[in-house]
Structures are given as structure tokens and as C-alpha cells.
Design a protein around this ligand. Sequence first.
Ligand SMILES: C[S@@+](CC[C@H](N)C(=O)[O-])C[C@H]1O[C@@H](n2cnc3c(N)ncnc32)[C@H](O)[C@@H]1O
Length: 230
Amino acid sequence: MKNVIGGALSKLDKQSVVTAYRRQAPIYDIVFGVLLHPGRIGTVKLINQTAQGRVLEVGVGTGLSLPRYRKDLRIVGIDISDDMLRLARQRTREKRLGNVEALLNMDAEQLQFDDNSFDTVAAMYVASVVPHPDRLMREMQRVCKPGGDIFIVNHFAEDGGLRGTIERRMAALSHKLGWRPDFKLAPFMAHGTLEILARYREPPLGLFTILHCRNEKPAAVAAEQEAAAD
Ligand SMILES: C[S@@+](CC[C@H](N)C(=O)[O-])C[C@H]1O[C@@H](n2cnc3c(N)ncnc32)[C@H](O)[C@@H]1O
């Protein structure tokens, strides 16, 4: 089965995501560059206003956001698609982005970083693409320091109205689209213990939302991680 721009996506599993983004990589910036740019610009602007130290960008894609980060921040990007990462690395070289520490092939659902490795974590247009959003949430919280910031940009489906109806109908096409149009905010947030500090609706048509969250780790988890670090 093909998705709308040619990727094989019979279901949202790891291999089908890799295959889809192999096909999408060469045209990704043209198709999704401008369309998804407001959420990216808005997120990096917020990060630049607040962040210190190390930032992890999960599902960094072709690295469209990378040139916008403050130069004193150290950025690590991960993605599951080598084809997308190749373009991110090329951008980093061409623009001489010395603040990009590493661009690594890694599964966001199973991050190869120690607990509390990052001050800030961002996931832009990734939550409704990964096969298991619960694992993404758990991993983002684990690698982010307690009290650190987590930024999530995504389309979140609505319950009612015309938009809700369209989203519910489109959900049947998830396997073709390569993302879930009926991806809802509340069940996703219920997978973790994030506190939403602010939310911003972004163009086009307010379809995308930036969530600025605080990484509130449950006391038991924080204590366990501290003990392991000693
Ligand atoms: C819609 S693109 C967004 C890319 C980028 N964040 C942007 O703003 O353009 C989704 C990205 O998530 C990556 N991705 C999907 N599942 C992933 C996973 N399990 N682990 C890491 N990256 C993943 C895809 O390879 C793709 O590059």
C-alpha cells in the first residue's frame, strides 16, 4: 500500500516509517518545509528564549530547524531514517553549524542516552508518526532532566465540529497518510507526567499546536534515577 506521496505504509511500524521517509526525503523540504515551518520557528524561538545547555531534537528529519538554534546551545538530533539524517548532516556541514553536537540514527522509542542527559527535549511533528507514542513519551521524560523543558509540536484531533468529523473519517486512511489524523492530545499526555505550561496554535489554520511542557518526573522515578547515578 502506498501513502499519499509514495511511501509504503500498510501500518505504522518501524520498517514502514523508514521506508516511507526513504521515499519522502528527496522532496521533504519542498512539500513540508514551508507548510510546517511556523511550528518549527515558533518552537526554536521558545527554546532560544529559555534553554541552557544540551537540547535533544527527536525526529530531527532533514534538520530544517537546526540553523535557528542559539549558537551557545549544544544540539543533538536523532532520527530513525538514514535518508533524512543524510540531508540533516549535509545542512549542518554546508551551514557550518558548530553547535550541532551529533546527528544519530536512533529509535525515539528506545533512546540510547542515560537518564537526565538533556536540559531540553523537542519533538516536532513526530508524536503521531511513531508506532508507539507511549514509548516516545516515556523516553523523552527519561532523558530530560527533572524540571527540564519538553516541547511537542503536533496536530491534535478535536472531538466535535466539522474538523473532528473530517479527522475521524481521515483516520481510516492513517496507513496511507503515514500519520494519525485522529491523534488526540489527552490520551497522549496521559502516557506521561508532563505539566503543560503553555500552548500555541500555529498555521496553517491553527492546525498545529506547540506544547511547552515541564518535565515533572514522579518522585519515585526521580529518586530511582538519582540512586542509579550515585
Ligand atoms: C514529519 S517528519 C518531521 C521532521 C522534522 N521534525 C521537521 O520538523 O521537519 C517525522 C520524522 O520523524 C522520524 N521518525 C519517525 N519515527 C521515528 C522513531 N521511532 N524514532 C526516530 N525518528 C522517527 C521520521 O524519520 C521523520 O524524519
